[in-house]
Design a binder for this molecule. Sequence first.
Ligand code: BJW
Ligand code: ZN
Length: 248
Amino acid sequence: MVFALSHDAFVEAARMISEARYVIALTGSGVSKESNIPTFRGKDGLWRNYDAMELATPTAFARNPQLVWEWYSWRQGLISECSPNPAHLTLAKWEASGLLKSLITQNVDGLHVRAGSKNVQEVHGDLWALKCTSCTHRSRLSSPASSIPSCPDCGSHLRPDVVWFGESLDPTVMASVSQELEKTDVCLVIGTSALVQPAASFPLVVSKQGGSLIEVNIEQTPLTQFVNFHLSGPAGQILPRLDELLET
Ligand code: BJW
Ligand code: ZN
């Protein structure tokens, strides 16, 4: 593992990216921090003030749908006021230029898509998508829900189409992710604590098949010991700096 404290380490990481055959990125909530969206854990994280088990589980929703919806509505309002930051924009630029083949995100904020990324796997769902708790109805919100939305087909509660603890990730999305991981020789891991499974294991799949990992984070994570480069700092500064080096 190499900590990028020197210009040389950045140059080496940029070289690794430019010489790779198939580069992908895995992002977490830290990539949206500079867009003013709180992360989950750590200082000022969402779960410093809210208990995850009260909010991000199917049991919590069944017990108190009003409370869970209030939390999601608050986050929808917050996110609708935020814009993609230089980290999202750099990843979109790299995809457009062919450098980045795909993006796997744990985020439900939609900022990668708003930044222009096209090949995005939103493995934990989408904050604006809705699904019925009883039938197969699916729809989308265009503005924050002020109260619990009802299903137009059966009248049951609608819930955000996100992945809560104890729920499986969409098998179609997981199949696409597996295909991407198989092809990958360099994986950028940006702004995730690498604590939540199965996403935390995606980079390990890449490293076990001989690929390389470049981590971008303001802190070390359980993954840091396995990475080739740990670029320490805010993603909105580190990714544009790498981009400058890739252009020279
Ligand atoms: C910056 C920065 C800046 C800040 N620049 N960096 C195996 C072992 C143990 C447990 C399990 C296991 N397999 C499954 C589990 C259970 C569970 C799990 O992983 N638990 C662990 C916590 C122990 N996983 C599940 O339940 C998953 N389902 C599953 O596996 O199904 C099969 C199964 C079911 C039942 C039993 C067994 C298997 C589902 C997980 C769903 C996670 N859902 C959430 C909520 C989504 C909806 C919503 O948003 O409301 O997803 S939880 C939350 O955590 C959210 C995030 O996507 C996810 C990851 O968080 P993330 O993005 O990493 O954020 P943080 O805050 O943790 O970290 C931010 C990072 O950014 C930090 O490192 C900062 O330093 C950094 N940072 N500013 C760069 N400017
Ligand atoms: Zn329904």
